[in-house]
Design a protein around this ligand. Structure first.
Ligand code: PEP
Ligand code: MN
Length: 446
């Protein structure tokens, strides 16, 4: 029996892998992980690929959102529910505006590992290993917490499992019923975006009552599909979670429906592209402003050799100042390969800045500007702006500057909770959804 070359990555350079404090513990954890039940079923993964294929040709839109880094302590019912609620509300805004199906996907139930630009962090003259996500070490700045403990991989599995269980319960058990559109907005202020949302919710209510009167009672209105995704980073987690599906005799990563390879690990001759090229899951690749046309063509050939719709999602994260200049040539290059990748925008990672009072932040206006640039470029080229990838939370944090609540630097000091990159809060997420909906409508009119 072939092993599909799944271990070929071992011969290649794997960037951003932790050095574990105990090699024996690691071996045991890998063994244990490899016999845990899969978190997702291959059939669901195939369904997602079909949905993404629709988005790639402009017949659906992907909304992918969640934490930069999930943490074990925040995997509570309240926080998970708030994030789902925010994603559902954004999806309603997008669907209502564009009349397109919206594919909902969380950066959830597995987003526990982070690539870092530096291996170490220094605070007040003390240097310790950098925080690499809860799957690797702790955020607390002590020697003990920052040591890389492989037992955390198992905890990441169990936390992903309980998170996904709640997601499935919420999205199929009545919470995501479209008759709940008003309830999702409860507890939020009467900010302009919330008011605008309430008006859409009122329209949807009337439409639902109309359909009920007509005798329509469709399962699609009572429940929703919701997929989960994370950065495919740690081989010591992803390899044991990769299984051969008995129906199709092909390998699937079963730690999530969708995985993406980050900007720091997408080297053409590196371990990540090699490993993920061998699994059936739909894949994403982040593309920063230094991506060359030549590299992109090779990435596409490697990950989508059969030019299969839905297989490959290209996530551009250029920065507001660069997208209009850098993206067009990449889209043209992708066209030349014959593949039809899904293009989505990540308006977060190219717009990082540090505030005068020392917070890692992003300006909401830069985020909006990059999204606008993304749509402008696609409209000019006649290609499809197929989705949005954002770091968000359903909670009322203050991590990104601006928005209608006009969050300023002083507010960051009061409500900054992220252990990694700054996230849009609930209100900023809704505002962004309204902007994207407007852009989608303009694109449809072109
Ligand atoms: C991320 O998505 O959190 C991330 C690290 O992104 P990128 O690889 O684009 O920098
Ligand atoms: Mn991030």
């Amino acid at each position: 029996m072939t092993d599909f070359g799944l271990d070929n990555y071992l011969k290649l350079e794997a960037k951003q892998q932790p050095t574990w404090s105990d090699a024996q513990v690691l071996e045991q954890v890998k063994k244990d992980l490899s016999v845990q039940p899969p978190l997702v079923f291959a059939g669901e993964v195939d369904t997602l690929r079909e949905r993404l294929a629709q988005a790639a040709i402009g017949k659906a839109f992907l909304l992918q959102g969640g934490d930069c880094a999930e943490t074990f302590v925040d995997a509570t019912a309240d926080r998970i529910r708030n994030r789902i609620k925010t994603v559902l509300q954004m999806a309603v805004v997008l669907m209502y505006g564009s009349s397109l199906p919206v594919i909902k996907m969380g950066r959830m139930a597995g987003q526990f590992a982070k690539p870092r630009s530096s291996d170490f962090e220094t605070r007040d003259g003390v240097t310790l290993p950098a925080y690499r996500g809860d799957a690797v070490n702790g955020y607390e700045f002590t020697e003990e917490s920052r040591s890389n403990d492989a037992r955390r991989l198992m905890q990441a599995y169990h936390t992903s499992s309980s998170t996904l269980n709640l997601i499935r319960a919420f999205t199929t058990g009545g919470f995501a019923d479209l008759r709940q559109v008003h309830a999702w907005n409860k507890g939020f202020t009467d900010n302009p975006a919330n008011k605008q949302y309430e008006s859409i919710a009122g329209d949807i209510d009337r439409a639902m009552r109309f359909m009920e009167a007509c005798g329509v009672d469709s399962a699609e209105l009572r429940a929703t599909e919701f997929f989960v995704s994370h950065e495919g980073l740690l081989f010591d987690y992803e390899r044991p979670m990769t299984r051969i599906d008995s129906r199709t005799d092909t390998p699937y990563v079963t730690s999530g429906h969708f995985v993406w390879v980050g900007e720091r690990t997408r080297q053409l001759d590196g371990a990540h592209l090699d490993f993920f090229s061998r699994v059936r899951n739909p894949l994403g690749v982040k593309l920063g402003p230094t991506t060359s046309v030549d590299d992109l063509k090779k990435i596409i050939e490697k990950l989508d050799p059969n030019q299969e719709p839905g297989r490959l999602t290209l996530i551009s994260r250029m920065g507001a100042g660069k997208i209009r200049e850098e993206l067009p040539k990449l889209i043209e290059a992708a066209k030349e390969t014959g593949s039809t990748p899904l293009w989505i925008t990540d308006p977060m990672h190219g717009n990082g800045m540090t505030t005068a009072n020392g917070y890692k932040s992003r300006r909401f206006e830069d985020v909006m500007d990059e999204v606008m640039g993304f749509f402008e470029v696609h409209r000019a080229l006649g290609t499809h702006p197929g989705g949005l990838h954002v770091e968000l939370t359903g909670d009322d944090v203050a991590e990104c500057l601006g928005g209608s609540e006009m969050i300023d630097e002083a507010t960051l000091a009061k409500r900054y909770e992220s252990v990694c990159d700054p996230r849009l809060n609930h209100m900023q997420s809704l505002e962004l959804a309204f902007l994207v909906a407007e852009q989608l409508v303009q694109t449809q009119r072109r």
